[in-house]
Design a protein around this ligand. Structure first.
Ligand code: URA
Ligand code: SF4
Length: 215
């Protein structure tokens, strides 16, 4: 079995997880069962090539018991320099979306990414990088135990669900993710480039806000 076959099988297993069928995930099981110890492990991680070019690992931050979790793609330049998620221009927009539309503090939610180290020149992370890194995210989801996960943009949505439907077709839809809810919406970087889509993103935020009252 080569690496490609291994990736295919892993995709199938992750898809089961999306449908609510848990499997014995040895990589995830070997990780610590509290967020602070997990952070320490991830900060030292050298499992993929991105370790060679990063300045800081961006573990994620927020309320360790958040009901709502946002998942972006990968750290950008500002995040790499500070070690914090979503602190650049896209981050400022995300913060506004949370504080002005959802009307909750940014510190009340948890914010993480599919991969924890910055890909050079902000390229999309490779399948291999995602394969190495995503168990950390799955462990964060298990430990924070959010009721609602918001996938920010196509990369986040695709790697969480393994569904290749374009983000424009699925955005704003309330889906089941195991026993949680998953709502995909546009990535704030995309909204900065395409402000005409902000209207749709606003609608998605209202959907999230409504659901947040119910869970
Ligand atoms: N874009 C992301 O996807 N994540 C960040 O943390 C910053 C920008
Ligand atoms: Fe480790 Fe993830 Fe960073 Fe790769 S991107 S070195 S897997 S923490």
């Amino acid at each position: 079995m080569d690496e490609k076959d291994r990736l295919k099988i892993l995709h199938t297993l992750y898809k089961y997880r999306w449908l609510g069928i848990e499997f014995i995930d040895e990589v995830k099981m070997a990780l610590p069962n509290d967020l602070e110890s997990l952070r320490k492990v991830v900060l030292k991680c050298q499992k993929c090539d991105l370790a060679q070019t990063r300045h800081n690992v961006v573990f994620g931050e927020g309320n360790p018991n958040a009901k709502l979790m946002f998942v972006g793609e990968a750290p950008g330049e500002n995040e790499d320099l500070t070690g914090r998620p979503f602190v650049g221009r896209a981050g400022q927009l995300l913060t506004k979306m949370i504080e002005n539309v959802l009307e909750i503090k940014r510190s009340e939610v948890f914010i993480a990414n599919i991969v924890k180290c910055r890909p050079p020149n902000n390229r999309v992370p490779t399948p291999q990088e995602v394969k190495e890194c995503i168990p950390y995210l799955h462990k964060q989801i298990e430990l924070v135990d959010p009721k609602i996960i918001v996938a920010l943009g196509a990369t986040s949505y695709r790697h969480l669900t393994l569904d290749k439907t374009p983000i424009s077709k699925v955005r704003g839809k309330v889906m089941k993710f195991g026993d949680r809810y998953l709502i995909p919406t546009f990535h704030p970087s995309y909204l900065l480039r395409t402000p005409s889509k902000k209207k749709e993103a606003y609608q998605d935020l209202l959907t999230i806000k409504e659901l947040l009252c119910e869970v």
